[in-house]
Design a protein around this ligand. Structure first.
Ligand code: D5M
Ligand code: FE
Ligand code: ZN
Length: 579
């Protein structure tokens, strides 16, 4: 019997159909090296029919083809029509701003033209149906070839692969003892608390919770009226708070933002250049406040101002009262042939000697995983996911045991892809030492009693960099500062980021963190935004073919080392001697 969590996991991963089936076989306890094409097919059918069942209980859902996640139809908004009428325009989607078209992906990916617009990365990321052969007339020929090829890779693989085989060596550097005073408390994490069933109602609950939490922040400095009251407020200047359901440039070159609250939805048009620039930062799904004059007929607002929830300008981080440092790294990708073992060995030597480093944060993708994208087996040095984690645990055992190590889940990890992601299950963590705490993604962590670290793998960053002009992948802090400004880690729905509808929106930054740490994009970025240190810490993986195609130049084997007494950050390059 396939467990729902297994189906959820298989569905959530993108990769080749064969790899789906293989992983399914592994999860079900079958021997992957002997699994036959027919078994794969049978398994595929079983999986797809079970997963169909799990999705069929709600007719109002649509499947987002770019992500494989289901979503309620309600979030799409056509209310822009009325605005265009008001502004004597005819609707012409093709001529609207391309940037915002991208941002609309979550709700419009059913359109064929959209999927053609998708980048290579999106195509690579697309989950495929578990159906081994797309051509039923030529079934066996095609299946056997694919199976044979993959089987060969598995047969040639040595299942006893050791750390030394992948270039990781025992450190000879003596361990310097630490104070033993480090404290870690996970204060917010989905792990063990997931209630989402994927139903329409769950999504409504999620978006309402997001609205309530962010409205609460905005209300502290603004006095909004409910949207419904706008019909009777013609000619008045008012403030509204709402979740953005559309943002785009109109044909006349103005900016249109449509928002909704619990009482209705409302279009706001910005013509003032300064505020129009600000609307370039607006993402669909986030909650903002708008201020402006309601038209005489009560149908539209002419916007003067736009406010993000943001953090107060005088916000100051909580500091440690003793000399202690935290190291931040991400994306180790152990098990890939591109894993930078040379840099990793240097890092281990360093942390053993560096006695003031008492915390190590690792923001996900600790292993390369299996079946994450089609053809990934070509670059695997460890072709068994249990073995990948076992070796990773052995590697982590070289870190001094009085360093508190905190690890969150990433998209290469063996856990559901939809955010919030739970922590890695125990079956993968057995070889890790006791000083390692596994958390979900995201998670809010308190260290040194009251320093707050918001810990996030960073899957939404690509959505930010594709949608906000000033945000770019070369310096991911340019995207992450907007997370702080929006008080939300992933407002865009269905745009490379899968969201699981939980009762509470754990992606809201309810509490102002002292540090926001992420990874995923494999590039390095550091900034302070209104007292919040935003950090993205690159990777331990050299450039892959996929990244070369995408023109991504990774920052390899760097750590950010933060002095928790004054929040100064040193960036340590563990390949410096090699370069
Ligand atoms: O991500 C490795 C790199 O690939 C990182 O730079 C982000 C980029 N990436 C991953 N998925 C996507 C999508 N869907 N679009 C654009 N760029 C992407 P990793 O998580 O290690 O595979
Ligand atoms: Fe990664
Ligand atoms: Zn990643």
């Amino acid at each position: 019997m396939i467990q729902p969590s297994t189906i959820e996991y298989i569905e959530s991963q993108s990769g080749s159909p064969l790899e789906f089936a293989r992983r399914a076989a592994e999860l079900l306890g079958d021997d992957v090296s002997t699994v036959t094409a027919d078994e794969i097919k049978a398994l595929s059918i079983e999986i797809s029919s079970e997963s169909d069942e799990s999705e069929s209980d709600d007719e109002t859902e649509v499947v987002d083809e770019s992500t494989g996640t289901s979503e309620p139809e309600s979030t799409d908004s056509e209310s822009s029509d009325s605005v265009d009428e008001e502004m004597s325009e005819t609707e012409d989607e093709d001529q609207s701003n391309n940037d915002t078209d991208g941002a609309e992906g979550g709700d419009e990916t059913e359109q064929e033209s959209d999927s053609e617009d998708e980048s290579d990365a999106d195509e690579d990321d697309e989950p495929e149906q578990i159906s081994v052969n797309p051509n039923p007339t030529d079934e066996n020929a095609e299946k056997v070839t694919a199976a044979e090829e993959s089987n060969r890779a598995y047969e040639e693989y040595d299942s006893d692969v050791t750390l030394e085989d992948i270039g990781v060596f025992e450190s000879e550097v003596p361990v310097e003892p630490r104070s033993g005073e480090a404290t870690v408390e996970v204060v917010k994490d989905i792990t063990g608390n997931s209630t989402g069933t994927g139903s329409y109602q769950d999504y409504a609950t999620l978006f309402n919770d997001r609205f309530d939490k962010l409205e609460n922040i905005l209300q502290k400095r603004l006095s909004p009226i409910p949207i419904k009251a706008c019909e009777k407020s013609g000619g008045n200047s008012v403030t509204l708070i709402g979740r953005v359901i559309t943002v785009r440039t109109t044909k006349k070159g103005n900016r249109l933002v449509v928002i909704e609250d619990r009482t209705g939805e409302f279009p706001v048009v910005y013509t003032d250049e300064q505020e129009m620039d600000l609307t370039e930062e607006v993402l669909e799904g986030e909650v903002v406040a708008v201020q402006g004059e309601i038209s005489g007929n009560g149908e539209i607002m002419f916007g003067d101002k736009l406010h993000f929830p943001d953090v107060p300008p005088r916000n100051k981080p909580t500091k440690a009262d003793r000399p202690v440092k935290a190291a931040f790294i991400s994306d180790i990708h152990l098990g890939a042939d591109t894993f930078a073992s040379d840099g990793w060995n240097n890092f281990i030597d360093w942390i053993r000697a560096e006695d003031d480093v008492e915390y190590l944060f690792v923001a996900g993708d600790i292993v390369e995983g299996i079946g994450v994208y089609p053809g990934q087996e070509e670059i695997l040095t460890v072709m068994d996911m249990y073995r990948q984690y076992e070796l990773c645990g052995e590697a982590f055992s070289m870190i001094p045991d009085d360093v508190e190590v905190i690890v969150c889940s990433g998209n290469h990890d063996m856990i559901r892809l939809a955010e919030p992601q739970p922590a890695l299950p125990d079956k993968f963590t057995g070889s890790f030492p006791d000083n390692v705490t596994f958390t979900g993604n995201p998670a809010t962590i308190k260290i040194e009693n009251d320093i707050t670290v918001e810990f996030y793998h960073g899957m939404s960053i690509n959505g930010f960099t594709d949608s906000i002009p000033e945000a770019n992948v070369d310096d991911p802090s340019t995207a992450m500062r907007h997370m702080v400004k929006k008080r939300h880690l992933a407002p865009l729905y269905g745009y490379n980021t899968r969201i699981c509808a939980e009762e509470e929106d754990l992606l809201v930054l309810e509490e102002i963190p002292d540090v926001l740490h992420a990874g995923h994009v494999h590039t390095f970025g550091y900034d302070t935004y209104k007292g919040v240190s935003v950090l993205n810490t690159g990777a331990w993986q050299y450039q892959t073919d996929f990244q070369e195609k995408m023109n991504i130049v990774p920052t390899v084997a760097n750590a950010a080392v933060m002095n928790l007494q004054n929040f100064s950050v040193d960036i340590v390059d563990f390949l410096e001697d090699e370069n």
